[in-house]
Design a protein around this ligand. Structure first.
Ligand SMILES: Nc1ncnc2c1ncn2[C@@H]1O[C@H](COP(=O)(O)OP(=O)(O)OP(=O)(O)O)[C@@H](O)[C@H]1O
Ligand SMILES: [Mg+2]
Length: 208
C-alpha cells in the first residue's frame, strides 16, 4: 500500500488541490484509493461527496477527530490531506502512519519563509530521521521554466530537500475542483499540465 500525505502548515498553499488530483490520478490508474481529510473544514471530504459517480471511484477514508485509524485493509493507495497549522504531536502521529510526504510550496518569499519551521520540524521527526518517510517538494503555482522555480530550488538546497515538480497557476484547477473533478478526470489533460505532473507521479510510484 502507498501512503501519501500532503502537508504544509501554511494555509492556502495548495494541499487539498494536490491531494484530490493525486487521488483521482491513482483512481484512474485502477488503484483502490482512499482519501482522508484531517482538516476540520473537511474541504476534501466535501469535494469527494460532490464527486460525480460516473468517474473513477475514490473512497472516503474516515478519520475520526484526533484519533488516527489506519487506512482500510483493501486500500492500495491512501492519500491524506492535512490542515494548515499541522505540527507537534498531530504531525508526528500522521507521519508515523505514512511513507511519503508531498509538500506544496508557492514561490512567494512569505510562503518560503513560513515553510522554514516546518522543514526543520520535519527533519527532527523520528520517521524522517530513520528514513521511514520520503519527502518531495512541489512548487505550486510555479511555471518550471521561470526564475521563480530556480529561486525555489536554491531556497530548498539549505534543507537538502528536492523540488520534484512544479505545477503552474491555472484557473482550470480552481474550476475543476469546484465541480468534484480534477484535471485527470477528463479525457485529455493539457500536455503542458501533464508534463508538469509527470515527475511527481513517477516519484510516487517508484519503489522506496
Ligand atoms: N495550481 C493552481 N492554480 C490556480 N489556483 C490554484 C492552484 N492550486 C491551488 N489553487 C487555488 O488556491 C486556493 C488554495 O488552494 P488549496 O485549497 O488547495 O490550498 P490548501 O493548502 O488546501 O488550503 P488550506 O490550508 O486552507 O487547507 C484554492 O482556491 C485553489 O483552487
Ligand atoms: Mg486544504
Amino acid at each position: 500500500m502507498r501512503r501519501i500525505m500532503v502537508a504544509n502548515p501554511k494555509g492556502g498553499s495548495g494541499k487539498s488541490t494536490l491531494a484530490v488530483h493525486l487521488a483521482s490520478w491513482f483512481a484512474r490508474n485502477d488503484e483502490l484509493v482512499y482519501l482522508g481529510d484531517l482538516d476540520r473544514q473537511q474541504s476534501t471530504a466535501r469535494w469527494l461527496a460532490g464527486r460525480p459517480r460516473s468517474l473513477a471511484p475514490i473512497r472516503h477514508w474516515d478519520i475520526a477527530g484526533d484519533e488516527f485509524d489506519a487506512p482500510p485493509k483493501d486500500c492500495t493507495v491512501a492519500i491524506l490531506d492535512t490542515p494548515a497549522g499541522l505540527h507537534g504531536k498531530r504531525l508526528k502521529l500522521a507521519l508515523s502512519a505514512m511513507d511519503r510526504i508531498v509538500v506544496p510550496v508557492s514561490p512567494s518569499r512569505f510562503d518560503m519563509l513560513a515553510s522554514r519551521d516546518f522543514f526543520e520540524e520535519l527533519a527532527e521527526t523520528k520517521a524522517v530521521r530513520k528514513d521511514r518517510v520520503d519527502i518531495a517538494i512541489v512548487g505550486m503555482r510555479v511555471d518550471p521554466r521561470t526564475n521563480a522555480s530556480r529561486l525555489l530550488v536554491e531556497y530548498l538546497q539549505q534543507f537538502d530537500l528536492p523540488l520534484i515538480a512544479c505545477i503552474r497557476q491555472s484557473q482550470r484547477y480552481v474550476q475543476a475542483v469546484e465541480t468534484g473533478v480534477t484535471l485527470f478526470d477528463g479525457n485529455r489533460i493539457d500536455p503542458v499540465d501533464q508534463l508538469h505532473w509527470r515527475p511527481l507521479l513517477d516519484w510516487l510510484v517508484r519503489r522506496r
